[in-house]
Design a protein around this ligand. Structure first.
Ligand code: NAD
Ligand code: WQD
Length: 338
C-alpha cells in the first residue's frame, strides 16, 4: 500500500515510516518541517535501504495535497502532522486550533474528493477525562481537557467520527497514544525536542549527557507507590508497529474505531530515573520540585482491545526504552543538528 504519512519527518512519523517499509508498504511524506529535520528521512533510508518521498509543505495547503494525489496513487493516510506542546498550546491557542484542526479538515476534504477514504489519526490519552478509574478503556469518559492541545485532539476525533458517520465508505481509526519514549535500536532516529524538553524521557537523557544540570521531579506527594507521577510509557517502535496493524485493519473495515496504544503498565518518575541509570550505567541527578499544574497522579491504558482486534501488543520493556533512548542521545547529542 502507498501510505500518505503527514508529519512523517517527526518523531513518531519517522519510526512509522521504517515499520511501514519493513511491512512492505510505501510511505509518502508531507511535512512542513516546523518541528522536524529532513535528515530523519535520510536516516530512514540508511535503516531500510529505501528512499522516502518528501513533499515539504503544509497539510493545510490544498493545492499541494492535490499535487501529491496527482503524482502518487495513495491508498490511505496516517495523519501525524500537528503541534503537540501542551504549554505552548496555552500560550498560542489559536495557532494550535488552526494548525491541528484545519490540517485534518483539509486532508479529509482532498481525500474524500479523490475517493481515498481510509485515515489513521494520532490521538492521545490526553482526550480522557481526568476523573476516570484506571486503567483507561476506549469507552472511558473523554473531555474536560486541561489545555488547548488536548481539545484539538478531542475535536479532531469528533470531526473524523462525524465524517465516518456521514459516509459509510470512510474508515477512520483513532489511535490514542499513551507516553511514547525510546528510539530505533540503530540509534539513527529518535526524538529531537526543540529547546528545553517538556517531557520526562528527553529531560532524563539530556541530564544524563550533561546538557541539563538536574531533573526536577514534579511532585512526590501523589497517591502512588513512591509519591511521583505514574505513566504508561510505550516504546516508539511498538507504537509505530501499532500503525502498521491499523493499516491492515483499515483495509478490512469501514466506519470508525478507537484503540489505545499503551502497554498497560504504569511506572513512576523515580522508577524511570532508576531504570535509566541501571540500563545505561549513568547518573541522573534530580531534585524534588513542586507539582506541575494539570498533572494527574496516575495514567495507564487497558490495551486489551488493541490486542484483541488489531492483534497488536507492545513488545519492548522498560529496559529497552531506557537503553534505546540513551543509544540515540549519546550517538546524537544534538539530535539531527550537526
Ligand atoms: P513531532 O512534532 O515530532 O511530529 C509532528 C510533525 O508534523 C513534525 O515533523 C512537524 O514538522 C509536522 N507538522 C506540524 N504541523 C504541520 C502542518 N500543518 N503541515 C505539515 N507538517 C506539519 O511529534 P510526534 O511526537 O511525532 O507526534 C506525532 C503526532 O502524535 C502529533 O499529532 C502528536 O500530537 C501526536 N501525539 C504525540 C504524543 C507524544 O508524546 N509524542 C502523544 C500523543 C499523541
Ligand atoms: C510524565 C511524568 C510529570 C518532566 C504529555 C502530554 C500528553 C502526551 C504525552 C501528547 C509526569 C513528570 C516530567 C519533568 C517530571 N502528549 N515529569 N519532570 O504529562 O504524561 O503527557 O506527553 O499527546 O498529552 O501531556 O508526559 O513526559 O511530560 O510527564 O517530573 O521534567 O513525568 O510530572 O508525572 P505527560 P511528560
Amino acid at each position: 500500500m502507498n501510505v500518505l504519512v503527514t508529519g512523517g519527518a517527526g518523531y513518531i512519523g519517522s519510526h512509522t515510516c521504517v515499520e511501514l517499509i519493513h511491512a512492505g508498504h510505501t510511505p509518502i511524506v508531507i511535512d512542513n518541517l516546523r518541528n522536524s529535520n529532513p535528515k530523519s528521512l535520510d536516516r530512514v533510508r540508511e535503516i531500510t535501504g529505501q528512499t522516502v518521498a518528501l513533499y515539504e509543505g503544509d497539510v493545510r495547503d490544498e493545492a499541494l495535497l492535490e499535487r501529491i494525489f496527482d503524482e502518487n496513487e495513495i491508498h490511505c493516510a496516517i495523519h501525524f502532522a500537528g503541534l503537540k506542546a501542551v504549554g505552548e498550546s496555552c500560550a498560542i491557542p489559536l495557532e494550535y486550533y488552526q494548525n491541528n484542526l484545519c490540517s485534518t479538515m483539509t486532508l479529509c476534504k482532498v481525500m474524500g474528493k479523490r475517493g481515498v477514504k481510509g485515515i489513521i489519526f494520532s490521538s492521545s490519552a490526553t482526550v480522557y477525562s481526568g476523573d476516570n478509574e484506571m486503567p483507561l478503556r476506549e469507552n472511558s469518559r473523554t473531555g474536560n481537557c486541561t489545555n488547548p492541545y488536548g481539545w484539538t485532539k478531542y475535536m479532531g476525533e469528533q470531526i473524523l467520527r462525524d465524517i465516518a458517520k456521514a459516509d459509510p465508505q470512510w474508515s477512520v481509526v483513532l489511535l490514542r497514544y499513551f507516553n511514547p519514549v525510546g528510539a530505533h535500536e540503530s540509534g539513527k532516529i529518535g526524538e529531537h525536542p526543540n529547546g528545553i524538553p517538556n517531557n520526562l524521557m528527553p529531560y532524563i537523557s539530556q541530564t544524563a549527557i550533561g546538557k541539563r544540570e538536574k531533573l526536577s521531579v514534579f511532585g512526590n506527594d501523589y497517591a502512588t507507590h513512591d509519591g511521583t507521577g505514574v505513566r504508561d510509557y510505550i516504546h516508539v517502535v511498538d507504537l509505530a508497529r501499532g500503525h502498521v496493524a491499523a493499516v491492515n485493519y483499515l483495509c478490512e473495515h469501514k466506519g470508525e474505531a478507537v484503540f489505545n496504544l499503551g502497554t498497560g503498565t504504569g511506572y513512576s518518575v523515580l522508577d524511570m530515573v532508576k531504570a535509566f541509570e541501571t540500563a545505561n550505567g549513568v547518573k541522573v541527578p534530580y531534585v524534588i520540585a513542586p507539582r506541575r499544574p494539570g498533572d494527574l497522579d496516575t495514567c495507564y491504558a487497558d490495551p486489551a482491545k488493541s490486542a484483541q482486534i488489531l492483534g497488536w501488543t507492545a513488545k519492548h520493556d522498560q529496559n529497552d526504552m531506557c537503553r534505546d533512548t540513551w543509544n540515540w542521545q549519546s550517538q546524537n547529542p544534538n539530535g539531527f543538528d550537526d
